[in-house]
Ligand binder design. Structure first.
Ligand code: SAM
Ligand code: SF4
Length: 347
């Protein structure tokens, strides 16, 4: 095994033909991450610079109808069973309730979820729930206002906390929380964040910081590792491995103080789970990415706008899976960060 490349099982032609979005390494993508915009109203330091980025020109961004069409092809022809909307900040997309409504009307109906910073969720949670949103993941790295302002460069902690409460009140439960720990900034705050989530019935998962920031500032030595996250949590709680097998879920889950509440740790860098990956991504400008860290993309938007029929789009999408690498390679000396940052890929 080279670096973090997991061992792989070759896939037969028969499996490929029958398996929807199969790749060459025995994996089948059923979980589609759709980025609806690269824009954002926060400026998390591990994601983008203070001044923001050069946003995608509007003409290049898929329209609501184009998004729904591609998702429909994924669901009806390619075996997609879960659709997660993300960004940038997906709540900035005005058509979001209508997109969710249309996707909820597909047959078979996929699970529909949203990854969001929760700004604006107080206003939209009810409409999103009514449209068919099943689950929400809110990104929250701290419950201290000054640390929040330092990380996100905006003084909006209250709006985020209110947004989470609104999602819960609208029945989009359980609210999941994604947290990134940064050394010297919030790495001393893991227990209090967990305490807050436990008290509110939210499910917290910590994610190792990945080399996907627009500024290319990520340094392995500064990353707070899963090991360190466990140690910090175990200083305040008793953690025991949750019963269920990890499967393709990236989070390793632990019962907190005997349960039933749990906490998750997503060790994307130090314990990669690429061998069980079931994801594929669609960017806001209509490019299929078979991995967060892929350095190649497949352009569906041009084909779509040139009048390609559903079968041709599906064929291009299937072909895009054939170049999926067995692992993300972060731990290889030759690793190169993808050109697009996380905010333009869809996290
Ligand atoms: N704006 C939304 C949000 O923050 O939830 C959705 C997009 S954001 C790119 C999706 C997730 O990626 C968030 O949970 C965020 O914390 C995470 N993220 C962003 N940059 C990251 C990085 N360099 N390493 C690990 N996670 C990152
Ligand atoms: Fe925006 Fe999400 Fe990136 Fe933070 S992590 S800057 S909320 S896209």
């Amino acid at each position: 095994m080279v670096g973090d490349m997991p061992s792989v099982t070759p896939v037969t032609a028969a499996t490929q033909a029958s398996a929807g979005l199969a790749d060459r390494h025995g994996r089948v993508a059923t979980d589609l991450r759709v980025s609806l915009t690269d824009r954002c109203n926060l400026r998390c330091s591990y994601c983008m610079p203070a001044e923001g980025l050069d946003w995608m020109p509007t003409a290049e961004v898929l329209t609501d109808d184009e998004v729904v069409r591609l998702v429909r092809i994924g669901v009806e022809s390619l075996g997609i069973t879960e659709v997660r909307f993300t960004g940038g900040e997906p709540l900035l997309r005005r058509g979001l309730p209508a997109i969710i409504d249309a996707v909820a009307g597909l047959d078979p109906r996929p699970e529909i979820s949203l990854t969001t910073n929760a700004l604006g969720l107080t206003r939209t949670a009810e409409a999103l729930a009514a449209a068919g949103l099943d689950r929400v993941n809110v990104s929250l790295d701290t419950i201290r206002p000054e640390t929040f302002a330092r990380i996100t460069r905006r003084d909006r902690l209250h709006d985020v906390l209110d947004g989470m409460a609104a999602a819960q009140a609208a029945g989009i439960t359980p609210v999941k929380v994604n947290a990134v720990l940064l050394r010297g900034v919030n790495d001393d705050q893991a227990p209090e964040l967990l305490e807050y989530c436990l008290a509110h019935g939210y499910q917290l998962r910590f994610i190792e910081q990945m080399p996907l920031d627009a500024q290319h500032d990520w340094h392995r030595g500064e990353m707070v590792t899963a090991e360190e996250i466990f140690a910090a949590l175990e200083s305040a709680f008793v953690l025991t491995a949750a019963e269920e097998p990890r499967g393709s879920a990236p989070a390793e889950r632990f019962l907190v103080d005997g349960g039933p509440a749990t906490v998750g740790v997503i060790a994307s860098v130090t314990r990669p789970f690429c061998g069980a990956c079931d994801r594929v991504r669609l960017t806001a400008d209509g490019q299929v990415r078979n991995c967060l860290f892929a350095r190649e993309e497949s352009d569906l938007r041009t084909a779509l706008r040139a009048g390609a029929d559903d079968g041709e789009i599906a064929e291009r999408w299937r072909a895009a899976m054939m170049t999926k690498l067995p692992g993300h390679g972060i731990n290889d000396p030759s690793f190169l960060q993808p050109a697009r940052p996380m905010s333009a890929i869809g996290g």
